[in-house]
Design a protein around this ligand. Sequence first.
Ligand SMILES: [Fe+2]
Length: 377
Amino acid sequence: MPTSYFMPARILSGKGCVKEHASLLAGMGRHALIVTGRTSARANGALADTVAALEKENVSWSLFDRIEANPSIETIREAAALGRAQASDMVIGIGGGSPMDAAKAVAALLTNPLEGDALFAGFYPNPVPPIVCIPTTAGTGSEATPYAILTDHAMQTKRNMGGSELFPRIAFLDASYMMGLPWSTTLNTALDALSHAAEGFLAIRGTALSEPFAVTGLKQMIQVLRELAVLWKEGVPADEIPFVIRESALIGSMFGGITIAQTGTTLLHAMGYCLTYCRNIDHGLANALLMPAYFEFLEKKMPDRMKLLFGHLGFSSAEAFTSFLKTLFVMMEALPESDIDAYAAIAAKAKNMSNTPVPVSLTELSGMFAACRLPSG
Ligand SMILES: [Fe+2]
């Protein structure tokens, strides 16, 4: 069986790891562009730690703190213009998937004039400056992937800008930054990480070298979700979720990232992007809402492989897995019939369709959207 593996990011984890390993930043560049969202990196301490680490090593820095959820191409170009004006030669992304993905795209644009569809061609003629990622949520795994997911308003969906040049050089994993995350973000991001491990396990591009990462990610994320489900049911406030669970989610998410860095994602992400773009449903939740229909569909098409998947998760079937999901959120409302075929047509065009382990017709795609239930009106 042909196989390959590539994940060049140096991973450092633990409380205080950014400041502890500040010296690693010294040789990477002379002026860092820090790319983040409006508030969370300030509130959780990640920005202060990063600035302290840079200043200790005499690396100057600029801040672009206007990355929105599901960053647009326009925002990326704005950040890259700031970086060029400041002669930035390294980019640090702090936050969830959006700022980290944005940091990768900005780094590529600092040295490469990519217009129109060239942005998504995965070809960077000039060397991309070093990228550092500091995740402050546990879901995307972006710190271990070569992907930057951007919103393309012209295409009405999210698109993947990728290429091995976009792998971070260093990822700092400190779960301290996650202690203030609300329940919704905690659960949605954990579900995203679970979907990465599951899709990597199922993907056509899966290999003997990606499978152990997928299986570890599956086991770790389902354990995290089971523990979160208990705390959620008991009414424990989000800021009392124990550090060990936060850290376990962060490492599990990284396993998901390493997995999809090798395998890519599948139809589930392609469908989820439609719900996110068209209905503003959070990325991880969008995947989770479509998971029951996707898993039931695959259970009929490839029962042996799905049995293995459910075995790693500790369930006997898609139905049993869906029952567990329903303890985390309520699935009630069907999508309007008028939207279903349109969503299926958009999802069918996504690159990750071809990585889905069985052929899927447009009618089958529509059927999965029709089976999907949204949390509320
Ligand atoms: Fe994802």
